[in-house]
Design a protein around this ligand. Structure first.
Ligand code: SF4
Length: 323
């Protein structure tokens, strides 16, 4: 095995200790207006749930920080969601919103993994989410099975599943520890479509094993792949260091943390590749954590990214210099 393709146990061994979390409390709740594929804006809430860690060990992933040792206790997710929904009216008021149509339930793992979301909790979760027109959950493509359809059937609103394509670069994808091929991604997307479930796709910016000068090209290719898979939207995720393995890869010259200039360029290229057939955006909570590259242009770059998120249109020229 090459030195860059570390087995899961080696990736885990480099991590700092897992922070302790109360499995009966959510990690947080945010509200925002989210642009949809038709340019419409949907008042949306995201609940960051606490639960079991994902069984995959992607080299770029830091979501394990928000998980617990062992399986999610039965009853914990509905309790977290109830607590989060109690905060929602106040958050909406603060944001100047008078309603919320979309609920994103992000559990830092896979919603259709029984260890992360116990079977008996799906019914109460569906009940708590009944007031929303759209419910979005995240799941690895290999864990998309008959549970998705069963959960969709319990919801009065529409179900959308967010899956990580990460990158359409076949070789990089095979080295990320995702344990998934493009064909497996496409099969899961096809199953969602057949079950009447919408698809959202996560695409990485700063993919390990891809040189910096090729990142934007592969983001565009990944967006085209998502369009072909029938996605409704693409969320660009800047890769964050800090899990040990990324620092090791950086030392080998195989990973460079993305800065705001690269994120801006990738968003612009992603929007061009989408040709307005789906929504492409950077999740707003990711922006604050990305290095500026240069402090003087931080505000301008964040403003440019927010503007592209808002309009869905790339700038006339590619996003500024990379200096
Ligand atoms: S499949 Fe998703 S949650 Fe699991 S390790 Fe990979 S990126 Fe993280």
């Amino acid at each position: 095995m090459p030195a860059t393709d570390a087995p899961a146990a080696a990736v885990r061994a480099l991590r700092p200790p897992r922070p302790t979390h109360d499995p009966w409390l959510p990690q947080g709740v945010t509200v925002e207006l989210e642009r949809g594929p038709g340019g419409e804006f949907t008042p949306s809430a995201t609940v960051f749930l606490t639960g079991a860690e994902c069984p995959f060990t992607c080299v770029f992933c830091d979501l394990w920080r928000y998980t617990i040792d062992g399986p999610t206790p039965a009853g914990a997710l509905p309790a977290q969601l109830r607590a989060a929904l109690e905060q929602l009216p106040g958050l909406l008021r603060e944001a100047g919103l008078d309603r919320c149509d979309q609920l994103k339930l992000y559990n830092a793992s896979n919603f259709f993994d029984r260890r992360a979301a116990p079977e008996e909790d799906l019914e109460p979760i569906a009940g708590l989410a009944a007031g929303f027109q759209r419910v979005v959950v995240e799941c690895h493509p290999r864990l998309v099975d008959e549970r998705v359809r069963r959960f969709a059937d319990r919801l009065p609103g529409r179900l959308e599943v967010a899956m990580g394509l990460e990158t359409a670069h076949p070789e990089a994808l095979s080295r990320l520890g995702k344990q998934m091929t493009l064909e497996q991604f496409d099969r899961a997307a096809e199953r969602l479509r057949a079950d009447g479930v919408d698809l959202r796709v996560f695409v990485l910016v700063g993919v390990p094993f891809v040189p910096a000068e090729e990142q934007a090209k592969w983001v565009a290719e990944s967006v085209r792949h998502a369009v072909g898979a029938g996605a409704r939207s693409v969320a660009l995720i800047p890769v964050r260091g800090g899990n040990g393995e990324l620092e090791r890869l950086r030392g080998l010259g195989l990973f460079e943390p993305p800065d705001l200039a690269l994120l801006e360029e990738c968003l612009a290229e992603g929007l061009r590749a989408a040709e307005a057939s789906l929504a492409v955006q950077v999740d707003p909570w990711d922006l604050e954590q990305v290095a500026a590259g240069c402090d003087a242009c931080r505000d301008a770059r964040v403003a440019a990214i927010r503007e592209m998120n808002r309009t869905g249109a790339p700038p006339r020229t590619v996003g500024g210099d990379r200096g």
